[in-house]
Ligand binder design. Sequence first.
Ligand SMILES: Cc1ncc(COP(=O)(O)O)c(C=O)c1O
Length: 356
Amino acid sequence: MRFKTHIQNLPAYKPTKLITGPTTDLIKLSSNENPLGPSPKAVAAIQAAAAQIHRYPDASSMALRQALAEHVGLTAAHVTCSNGSDELILLLCLAFLEAGDEVVMAEGTFISYLLRTLELAAQPVRVPLQHYTHHLAAMANAITPRTRLLFLCNPNNPTGTTNGAAELAQLLEVIPDDLLLVVDEAYIEFALRPDYPDLLPHLRDGRPNLILLRTFAKIHGLAGLRLGYAYSHPDLIAYLERVRPTFNVNLLAQVAGLAALADQEHVVRSRDHANASRTTLTSGLEALGLTPIASETNFIAVHVGDDAAVSDALRQQGFTITPLSGWGLPGLIRISFGTDEQNHAFLKALRTVLSR
Ligand SMILES: Cc1ncc(COP(=O)(O)O)c(C=O)c1O
């Protein structure tokens, strides 16, 4: 076979290692999932629709798009749905990048931006974080006439930090008309700062070069169902339709998404739980002499020294977390919030690991 060299050279996705070691009840704190589980209303909707899965889904996800549009005061033409927001990152790269084009992103952010850019033989331009936060002025300076996309993860995975409205407004002012600003808001529902940027008014005003990525995987607890969506200008949404696989959002995901969106009680419960977990883990980590990064998400990152060794040792204690060397942040680990019981048990395990 003749493989494409730039694809052959890509690192393959490494899924969390299979469960081995002293415990079979490995507690997974490595994927920023919702420890409270899915919205019960979404589960009921899936059960009610299960007997219909011999049918293809609505290829346009229209009912869900309409609900998502109404939720924020836009129209269905401003919305597209996807097989997880990860698929949207791929579709954006497919739709906008040619070999050699440049993509500005942070070094120390969600890894899909880098991988999908490389798949298209485009050129990642990685800008170091500043105080574990996107350095927007430096990212703006990294833009050249070849830059087609700029990825901004706000709040940022894996550091949990955010950028505020004033610096976002500045960035929006300086980016060229032919550059698409992709703001990945997968964790928006957890953001805390009062000046967290609301970018929807730009879309209501018709801004053509901005897209906001969102997901049902985090606060709604539907990670396994694979459901993401985006808000953007209708022309850009229509353009993405050209690369979107026809039935990318399955029938159960569509009904579950509608039910989850209507279940704001689950959203509030999940946010309250994340806030409580953050307090527990922050003070617990500080009590171990560590300095966690202030997080506005459902996970927390902290410097522990040898992230790979600590991760392996935690695994032996029954916990999976994410070592961040591979994300450009050597020495740090990322811990997703668990249930109250899991959070306390994790801190105990970490104490054991660090005291060795
Ligand atoms: C910042 C960010 N964007 C996108 C995704 C992908 O989410 P989805 O499960 O909707 O594909 C994740 C998943 O962890 C994420 O952290």
